[in-house]
Design a protein around this ligand. Structure first.
Ligand SMILES: C[S@@+](CC[C@H](N)C(=O)[O-])C[C@H]1O[C@@H](n2cnc3c(N)ncnc32)[C@H](O)[C@@H]1O
Ligand code: SF4
Length: 381
């Protein structure tokens, strides 16, 4: 990676969890103090090999995600903050799970420049939390929110999972009301998906669990939009709502195709026209870096067409929409035959009521938001 490439975001994937949620297919391993020490040693080396030569590395955004960053001990968190080597960032987020976060570590994070917390709330009744395989209670969520407030965090958000089988419309309404009562600046709402390899996928496959059908899902998501919108949270991306000015800058940059570096096993990076993803294997990650090598990873050179497609599709998922002219310029596609193809498809989708064009930007209509995956498929070259 050349020094001339400007890096907008830094992501660190903390791979530890205290168990496995029923729906989750993200890479994680059980937390042990020893595994965390090995990981930190390897991470420090990966950081040096990847960014070491850069003077004054100062990304605009930093994001510690996971996994469960808040499972790290206080001294491990301190080491992580040290090795990150960033003094301050416009936005510095840490994901925190209820039940594994306390005021002491939150104060440490605040004192070191972390200015945003994302809490994995998921549900606000204990029966649903058990169904999802979460290892915390609603009371833990309230304690975590009180602790982050006491540590001085103002910019914080929470994640909710919608469309959980067995949760009625009324219960979902209560969940939304309970989430709003906590007064977060940001709420992510993800419809439950059955991911290959998860416990949920096995239960779905053997008929013990039945997911909501498309119509039921759309109704639950529409209820979220209605209730969160009425409370002043703007749906700025398909799954994300924020008070104006509190959108997640890190995610917005990724969706806009800006350069970011991801460190840690399973982390992805995108710099210039290249994307690489470290293999989801902690042992192989530590072994390679202990031997002074970069970890095993998949590397992909993004063709202008792939780059342009991703910018178009991610941009369309945001309320701000996307300018085709900007996409073509950034992906170096201005003189390519794809211009005519995309213009034709976008016009057709406008005719079908899925897109509008406002102030030179293409945006999904309400119906378009509901079938965004279909819109993306139509734009595949
Ligand atoms: C990778 S998880 C990490 C966050 C953190 N470990 C936690 O548990 O809150 C990020 C978010 O993705 C969402 N998520 C993960 N798998 C999902 C699935 N199968 N269906 C719906 N949402 C999912 C959850 O809301 C979760 O908070
Ligand atoms: S949802 Fe979060 S806590 Fe649960 S297994 Fe996945 S990464 Fe770990």
């Amino acid at each position: 990676m050349s020094d001339s490439e400007s890096i907008d975001g830094l992501y660190i994937h903390v791979p530890f969890c205290d168990g496995k949620c029923a729906y989750c297919a993200f890479y994680s391993v059980p937390y042990t103090a020893g595994a965390a020490e090995d990981w930190l040693r390897a991470l420090e080396r990966e950081r040096t090999l990847t960014l070491g030569g850069r003077s004054g590395f100062a990304p605009r955004t930093v994001y510690f995600g996971g996994g469960t960053p808040t499972l790290l001990s206080r001294s491990q968190l301190e080491r992580l903050l040290d090795l990150t080597g960033v003094a301050q960032a416009e936005e510095w987020t840490v994901e925190a799970n209820p039940g594994s976060v306390d005021a002491d570590r939150l104060r440490l994070l605040a004192s070191r420049g972390v200015n945003r917390i994302s809490v994995g709330v998921q549900a606000l009744d204990d029966r649903t939390l058990t169904f999802l395989g979460r290892r915390h209670t609603v009371a833990d969520t309230h304690t975590a929110v009180a602790a982050l407030r006491a540590a001085g965090f103002v910019n914080w958000g929470l994640d909710l999972i919608a469309c959980v089988p067995g949760v009625s419309r009324r219960q979902w309404e209560q969940t939304l009301a309970g989430a709003l009562a906590l007064e977060p600046c940001h709420i992510s709402v993800y419809a439950l998906t059955s991911e290959e390899g998860s416990a949920l996928a096995r239960r779905v496959a053997d008929g013990r669990v039945q997911l909501l059908d498309d119509e039921e899902q759309l109704a639950m998501l529409a209820l979220a939009e209605e209730k969160l919108g009425a409370a002043g949270l703007v749906r700025y991306e398909i799954s994300n709502y924020a008070r104006p000015g509190r959108e997640c800058l890190h995610n917005l940059s990724c969706w806009q195709g800006k350069n970011y570096v991801g460190l840690g096993c399973a982390a992805a990076s995108r710099v210039g026209g290249r994307r690489w993803t470290n293999r989801s294997d902690l042992k192989a990650y530590v072994e390679a870096l202990d031997a002074g090598r970069l970890p095993p990873r998949e590397t992909e050179e993004l063709s202008p067409a792939t780059d342009g497609f991703e910018r178009l599709v991610f941009g369309l998922r945001t309320a701000a929409g996307v300018s085709l002219e900007e996409v073509l310029r950034e992906a170096r596609l201005e003189h390519s035959p794809v211009v005519a193809i995309w213009n034709r498809t976008l016009e057709r989708l406008r005719g079908e009521g899925l897109l509008v064009r406002e102030d030179g930007r293409w945006k999904l209509t309400r119906r378009g938001f509901e079938v965004a995956d279909h819109v993306a498929v139509e734009l595949v070259l």
